[in-house]
Design a protein around this ligand. Sequence first.
Ligand code: SF4
Ligand code: SF4
Ligand SMILES: [Zn+2]
Length: 631
Amino acid sequence: MTVRRGAGRRAFEILRKVSRDLYWCDRCNVPLLTRVCGLCGGEGRPVKLTPPADARPALGLEYVQLWKLIESELDAQCPYPRRRIVVLNKIPYVDSADEVVVDGYIVGHRYYDPLRGTWRFKPLYYGVSAILKSKVGYYAIADVETLERGFELHAEDLLEANLPRRGSEKFVAVGTKSGYEGVGIYTKRKRIRVLKSWRAKSFEWNSSNPSWLDAARANEARLAVLEQEAVDFLRKIAAKYPLPPVVSFSGGKDSLVAFRLAQKAFGNVPMLFNDTGLELPETIEYVKRVAQSSGAELIVASAGDAFWRGLDVMGPPARDYRWCCKVAKLVPTAKALRERFAGGALSIVGQRGAESASRARGLRVYENRWLPNVIVAAPIHSWSALEVWLYIFKERLPVNPLYFKGFDRLGCWLCPAIEMSEAEAVKRLHPELWAKWEGYLKTFSEKRGLGDAWVRLGLWRWLAIPGDVARMVRLLAGQEPPLSARGPRFRAELEGGRVLVELEGFNGALSFEALAEALSSLGVAKVEEGKLTLNGVPVVVEKTEDALRIAVEGAKRVDDVVKAVVRAAYCIGCGSCELWCPKGAIKVVNWRFRVDSDVCAHCGMCNSVCPVAEYATRAQAFENFLSQARA
Ligand code: SF4
Ligand code: SF4
Ligand SMILES: [Zn+2]
């Protein structure tokens, strides 16, 4: 199941460092965060999970569908005991994939096949032993001494078997009399191709069926230590940075725990919810309910339709092209924080290191260049998902109902970080939302000749498609992954003290006044007698049917001119420059920035905080890279 090369391997190594241990009490049949069980005092058995071992409970629909999936994969009644406690642990793959743990034993991998658009279950280890022992599901006892990956078992190699009627790519549990076990796939040529094998280990299912509340009780001591440490941390940070605390509440489980910890540290704390315009309605309702029931002040930041306006200019966001986060998250959050806390704020967030390699690299206390006068503190940075969930059960906190409807991660419903399995969950719950997005992607893909796989396999989620995904596309779709840059196209060069910028494909209107307001970031820009000047030197502007050329004399950096020109031509009115301008010279009016040239100090800050300018520059760099690669 593992797909780890290059960048994937580096991310894996980073996540390994934040990996947490998991134990299992065989007497009480509960997962343990530390070796000792809080229910019986006995010692737990280590459960070896794939790093970062960010295990979580299977809940609601996910739980129900898991048992159905196992049965449909085995074409038999599930041979594993149907416990209330089932643990899922994310593993690296091209889409969603989890180790499935029952009674503290890994019974297999559940994973989403993005090509077929279905979930699969592959029995492994104890899951294979259970099939062989019960003879329920597809299995084969082979008359071979050893079992190795790549072996093909023919009918004459088998002592006993229950195989699918036709070659079907179904998984088959394989055992040998010599003590090997493995899993194979039943091929169209009616052979079992061994995918993985190991030495069989004996085990017994447990006989008890406790609940997650029992598991929380078994871990109370560890949860108390975690809570105390996090509360102390928050108080220490608040003493160091005497700013009013506010919890950034996304509606997810992690921010729910951060909120509870902040309440314990400071009493009643306001919560800030940023409505990106891409929240599922369940989340919006839920956030209101939590605020009401806790009596906390709810500050709502709203991006309105900033994402959709940005889309026209920037094209679909991608994991390596997240203009959306700035436009729909950080800018509205910063605005709301500034309005409510003029002197700055201590923003408490639910970020955890195990969520991703970039978060694992991040600090527990930091400043974000997009959030002026804000110190960000992440009290549960080192917590695992299981610690978060057990804390929620212990405190009986009200979780977002989406966790019971097949979602294990919440956020913008069309975030490029989603897996295709998560897109399926959105599609199932809110088909109208996904249809709108898919319609947009199809039109975008058609215009650029990117083909069907670009939408179907979710390739829009990257500019540079990672190696494992590219391999999947080659293998499954039989084609090279189509690559596409997005966003405004431009060419820029410095020629003897003159910067030339050409906006390709620009067919909108752009007045000298609008250009002057953007160029005032570089110096004194004026429009007099129908002429545009910068620092007294004429700016040459040439407009053709589908391009705009601008020549600016005496600018120090090409990049600054590019950013000013891109802002002038493609402003989406996100308000970042208005927020950051140290002179208060900018106002966004009708989704466009306006500069009061009498107040502007030409500091250039507005260029450096414009997400459109920043991401257009990044996208152009990628386009240049593609052109070179094609040449
Ligand atoms: S940030 Fe404000 S003061 Fe600085 S260049 Fe832009 S408009 Fe002028
Ligand atoms: S120019 Fe200002 S308002 Fe317009 S997109 Fe850039 S930062 Fe946002
Ligand atoms: Zn116990």
